[in-house]
Write a protein that binds this ligand. Structure first.
Ligand SMILES: Nc1nc2c(ncn2[C@@H]2O[C@H](COP(=O)(O)OP(=O)(O)O)[C@@H](O)[C@H]2O)c(=O)[nH]1
Ligand SMILES: [Mg+2]
Length: 289
């Protein structure tokens, strides 16, 4: 596993905050993972954590060299950011160029700006989306508005609280995908993708929650190109449960969609069941590689 060499890069203040949260939650603690924050002095220094920090308010040669040094030898690179980030706009092209040089698998988890954000931010987002789409192996995009759905019953929520909810979802999403691809790197290429997850006291309820998770679009499964489900349980699943889960998902997919179900025993789950869904969206541009 040592030769895996995984780098999780948080861009801008949002990205830096998310990776600090991941570190605090012990994400990747059994894996050769290194966390790197990239941003300007003010915005990434606001979030204190023991991780590598790369500052963008330097000359371009220094920036390129710092990023290349930090990513050297990487086999898997995660990019985590608010898509509208100025830091992401500057750093994504450099990160992808380094990834190409080391032939690394690349995965991006990005939050699309909300309708409330200004036009410069929207331009940043469009620019970075174009830089990522078709160039990373898997691109998870979640519109910021989706996070409102987690707090519909709390109309008084502040923007910071909303971001905090979003950060938690991103942490979980990265953790799940990191586990999946570090066990089997051939599961790393989904193109434009969405993720969802759910935990319940039955496998079928867990998958139902995952399929309705607000980070997925309403009709996500109906138009999916491929769907991967990971079902985690404390003990081996009875065949009829696996069949029920299969049937539930397949009934929603187009007939030509690929579907994979992976079972994983996690003894500490005991009586609980956890389901994660990775959904490959119909490609607007050809899938990378
Ligand atoms: N998930 C999350 N997103 C954030 C947070 N703060 C800002 N954002 C989003 O990320 C975008 C980029 O802002 P920021 O991370 O400050 O990037 P910067 O432009 O490089 O400083 C914003 O437009 C917001 O949509 C945060 O704490 N969490
Ligand atoms: Mg900022």
């Amino acid at each position: 596993m040592e030769n895996l060499n995984i780098k999780i890069v948080g861009l801008g203040e949002g990205g830096a905050k998310i990776i600090s949260k991941m570190m605090a939650a012990g994400v990747g603690k059994n894996l050769p993972v290194e966390f790197i924050a990239v941003g300007n002095d003010e915005n990434i220094m606001l979030t204190s954590a023991t991780r590598k920090n790369i500052f963008l308010n330097r000359d371009i040669t220094t920036i390129y060299k710092s990023i290349a040094d930090a990513l050297r030898g990487a086999k898997i690179i995660f990019i985590v950011a608010g898509l509208a980030s100025g830091a992401a706009r500057s750093a994504v092209p450099i990160i992808l160029s380094c990834a190409k040089n080391s032939n690394a698998v690349t995965v991006a988890f990005v939050c699309k700006p909300s309708v409330l954000e200004n036009s410069l931010r929207k331009l940043n987002a469009e620019y970075t989306l174009n830089n990522l789409r078709g160039k990373v192996d898997t691109l998870f995009t979640v519109p910021a508005e989706k996070f409102f759905m987690f707090r519909l019953n709390q109309p008084q929520i502040s923007l910071n609280e909303l971001f905090d909810a979003a950060d938690d979802i991103f942490c979980r999403g990265v953790k799940i995908f990191l586990e999946i691809i570090s066990e089997d790197v051939s599961l790393s290429n989904w193109g434009d993708a969405a993720f969802g997850f759910g935990e319940a006291t039955s496998a079928l309820d867990a998958i139902k929650l995952a399929a309705k998770f607000p980070t997925l679009e309403e009709d996500e499964l109906k138009s999916a190109q491929a769907v991967f489900v990971r079902l985690e349980s404390g003990t081996p699943l009875p065949l009829h449960t696996v069949n029920a889960v299969n049937k539930f998902i397949k009934a929603q997919l187009p007939p030509d969609a690929e579907f994979f179900l992976q079972e994983k025993i996690i003894p500490s789950l005991m009586e609980k069941f956890f389901a994660a869904i990775i959904c490959a969206r119909k490609a607007e541009t050809p899938r990378p590689k």
